[in-house]
Design a protein around this ligand. Structure first.
Ligand code: ADP
Ligand code: MG
Length: 595
């Protein structure tokens, strides 16, 4: 599922949107309705003022009724004060409910996001994920209540004013309403344009976020390759694109308001001419005309708001629709219906006729058969790009096999509960992700229930104590985003200690020492040796000693398992792959066997 390719098909299917969003609104329904109810009198104030003008003109100014002369102004002030109070309550309620709904939607989305599989993250950039999981829902749920509220109160305002107009002269009112309806026609035309522009904006917004993420995360590369200008020009292009999309929307939409105004002014002109005639011919009092024209003029504001709100709501509906779509994205890798818990592993892990492709019709692994019995160490070697990491990815189900099966004790791992499967596997990569926070927090991710004694044990076994003792805060040292304040070897040791705390029976090591210099490699290797003890291990390694000690060596070439055996067996093969790799390594006088 590529997030940027959304079409937001159901944006204007209001029944669909209502049905979907209702779940999130339901817990706050009472408050939302209360907010709307409070909005009703707020909208009606203008109508009351316009209405009051008729008795004011006819009774006070013409007939000199002085009692009303006092009552009407006071009445208006009292009503406005009441309206102010209600407006405050309404604002409070709408914001409260709006935030709550937004939070619930965001929480729901985050819950979905953390379940997504590796393929989802392959397909979608961090920027597009941020935009769609954070920005869109914000726009959608915050905006929707605000605008619905505005729609309600302007609608009520317009209704009240039209009521006053009808009360004063139905003939004039009919003219006014007909003109109003004509003025609203353009609103229907612009919906599609808004949707297209909104999808474009979302896409560009995602690219902009990605630019930011890459600039921060790749800051050293940006600096060392002098990419500041390059990044800047990439960013300026995104900004220009975003400008163009917005302006093209403005060009296509902004004519709506002026057109509405022009049509409305024609209405006012007609009403004034017709009204003057009615007053002069004695069919209407001048108070009625004053009240009517005031209503008509006051009608401008709610009608303008209605126009703007309708436009904004279209944008919001597109965002809302996009947000709701996210709830429909299911990870491809999830528990099967009859998934079982994995208990103690008795036999081992096996890959049976495993074929795999990341991209359709581009086979990466071809019919691999490989097994590791409990307690065995299987080394996987081969040229770069051959598929070693891919094999490692399949065992914890980061990806699912295209055909064949990975089995544990004969059970297809697709029939094992994912949590349970992953609980039994620890993976240590070449570059391990540490989280911002302290070393202790990072270690405890391996096992949140670990005792201080257990922590101390892994600190020793992973050789963390060597550098912890130099840190004033010890285990409570903050290590920065992704652990940036640690050296590569230190990060690796923290990752190994984290895996040790997890203490899972299956260990997968993917070139865990290959990014390190000789000195840190030696100490990390000691830590790894401790981690591997008494475990079932798949190790993709470049160090001869690790490989030599393995129970089995699997040589992977271009996605195929070309040789399998012990070090001695494989060396005995004339012209064998392993023999060549081994000799190459000696010729180069370094320890790189697999890249
Ligand atoms: N996420 C991915 N999406 C598409 N292709 C991938 C992905 N990861 C790896 N590949 C491709 O799969 C092949 C095997 O990669 P990998 O298993 O990482 O090799 P190795 O670990 O042996 O160096 C390579 O051709 C690589 O380009
Ligand atoms: Mg690899």
């Amino acid at each position: 599922m590529k997030l940027k390719d959304t079409l937001a098909v159901n944006s204007f299917d209001y029944a669909y949107l209502t049905k979907r969003i209702y779940k999130y609104i339901k817990p706050y329904l009472f408050r939302i309705i209360l907010g709307f109810l409070i909005a009703l009198p707020v909208g009606a104030l203008d109508g009351v003022i316009a209405y009051a003008l008729k008795p004011y003109m006819d009774e006070v100014l013409i007939k000199k009724n002085m009692l009303l002369a006092y009552i009407i102004p006071f009445g208006i002030v009292a009503f406005a004060a009441l309206q102010g109070l209600l407006r405050y309550l309404n604002d409070y309620l709408t914001n409260w409910t709006g935030q709550k709904v937004t939070n619930d939607v965001k929480l729901g989305l985050f819950k979905k996001l953390v379940q997504m599989d590796a393929k989802f993250y392959d397909e979608n950039s961090s920027g597009i994920i941020l935009t769609r999981y954070l920005t869109d829902p914000d726009t959608a749920s915050k905006g929707i209540l605000d605008n619905l509220k505005a729609l309600m109160s302007s609608g009520i305002g317009a209704f009240a004013l039209i009521g006053v107009m009808l009360y004063n002269s139905w003939e004039l009112a009919v003219v006014g309403v007909v003109v109003l309806c004509i003025a609203f026609l353009p609103a229907a035309i612009i919906r599609k344009r808004i949707k297209k522009a909104s999808n474009e904006t979302m896409k560009i917004g995602g690219n902009i976020m990605t630019d930011f993420n890459e600039t921060t995360q790749g800051n050293k590369i940006v600096a060392s390759y002098n990419l500041a200008d390059y990044q800047f020009s990439k960013f300026s292009k995104e900004i220009r694109d975003s400008f163009d999309v917005n302006m093209s929307l403005v060009k296509r939409v902004a004519w709506m308001s002026p057109i509405m105004y022009t049509i409305a002014s024609v209405g006012i002109a007609i009403v004034m001419a017709f009204g003057t005639y009615l007053v002069l011919s004695g069919r209407m009092t001048s108070g009625s005309l004053l009240s009517f024209v005031t209503s008509l003029l006051l009608l401008y504001k709610p009608v303008k708001t209605l126009g703007n709100t309708l436009t904004t709501l279209q944008t919001i509906f597109v965002s809302l629709c996009r947000t709701l779509e996210l709830f429909d994205i299911e990870p491809e890798i999830k528990d099967s219906e009859n998934a079982v818990e994995l208990n103690e592993i008795k036999q081992g892990v096996s890959l049976e006729n495993v074929c795999f492709e990341y991209v359709k019709d581009t086979p990466v692994l071809k019919n691999i058969n490989l097994s590791a019995n409990v307690g065995e160490t299987v080394a996987i070697v081969g040229n770069s790009g051959g598929g070693k990491t891919t094999i490692a990815n399949l065992i914890p189900r980061f990806y699912d096999v295209t055909s064949g099966a990975v089995k544990i004790d004969g059970v297809d791992i697709r029939d094992i509960k994912i949590d349970s499967l992953r609980h039994h596997i620890s993976v240590v990569f070449q570059d391990n992700f540490l989280f911002s926070g302290t070393i202790r927090e990072n270690l405890l991710m391996g096992n949140f229930d670990a005792s201080d004694a257990e922590l101390e044990k892994v600190v020793q076994a992973a050789h963390l104590d060597e550098f912890l003792c130099e840190m004033s805060d010890g285990l409570d040292t903050e290590i920065g985003e992704r652990g940036t304040t640690l050296s590569g070897g230190q990060r690796q040791r923290v990752a190994i200690a984290r895996a040790m705390l997890k203490d899972s029976p299956i260990i997968i090591l993917d070139e865990a020492t290959s990014a390190l210099d000789n000195k840190s490699e030696a100490v990390v290797q000691k830590a790894l040796d401790n981690l591997m003890q008494n475990k079932t291990v798949f190790v993709i390694a470049h160090r001869l000693s690790t490989i030599k000690n393995a129970d089995k060596i699997a040589v992977i070439n271009e996605g195929e398992l070309v040789e399998l055996g012990t070090h001695d067996e494989l060396l005995a093969k004339e012209n064998g792959f392993y023999k060549r790799l081994y000799e190459m390594q000696f010729a180069k006088k370094d320890t790189v066997l697999a890249e």
